[in-house]
Design a protein around this ligand. Structure first.
Ligand code: SF4
Length: 166
């Protein structure tokens, strides 16, 4: 059976980011996977009801997406509005989509408080970063989805090749 890859919609050119922009990711591999029908696009934030545009949100300093998932940390917009519940809803939608569509893999936009998988912003709204993952990436990893950032697409390709011969 063909693999299915959950992909952040903004990487595919959809203008769904907080500032109304996309984050198009030019990649022959991604194009090939789209042509093969392996790609399942999703913007978890928009699916959870966030508007476009919307204020930027960050996970509390010193915490990561896994902490939010398990109730130990919160997510705030730069105005101070608590949007934790909406981020948890985004995570639930991503888990449900991955399960329903059979996605064993995900290629997600790094840095996002939802989709980030190797870093997120530090919770001070000043552009500083910290190692860690977003709420959606953490939830997908909890159910065993292999999550990769766009910078790791060749690693994902290698994983797909290895899994294909198992
Ligand atoms: Fe892109 Fe994910 Fe943010 Fe949606 S939630 S804009 S898909 S990084």
């Amino acid at each position: 059976m063909n693999p299915k890859i959950l992909v952040s919609a903004c990487l595919l050119g959809e203008r769904v980011r907080y500032d109304g922009s996309a984050k198009p990711f030019e990649s022959d591999l991604l194009r090939k996977w789209q042509q093969e029908g392996w790609v399942v696009p999703l913007c978890p934030e928009v699916a959870a009801g966030f508007a476009i545009p919307r204020p930027p949100a960050e996970i509390e300093a010193e915490f990561g997406g896994g902490d939010v998932l398990f109730g130990a940390a919160r997510v705030f917009e730069n105005s101070g509005r608590d949007v934790t519940e909406s981020f948890l809803q985004a995570a639930r939608i991503a888990v449900s989509t991955a399960t329903t569509k059979g996605c064993g893999y995900a290629l997600l936009t790094d840095g996002s408080p939802a989709c980030g998988s190797s870093f997120v912003y530090a919770g001070r709204y000043d552009g500083a970063r910290k190692f860690g993952q977003g709420v959606v990436a953490a939830a997908l990893r909890e159910i065993g989805v292999a999550v990769y950032a766009q910078s790791e697409i060749t690693h994902l390709a290698a994983r797909l090749s290895m899994d294909a011969v198992r």
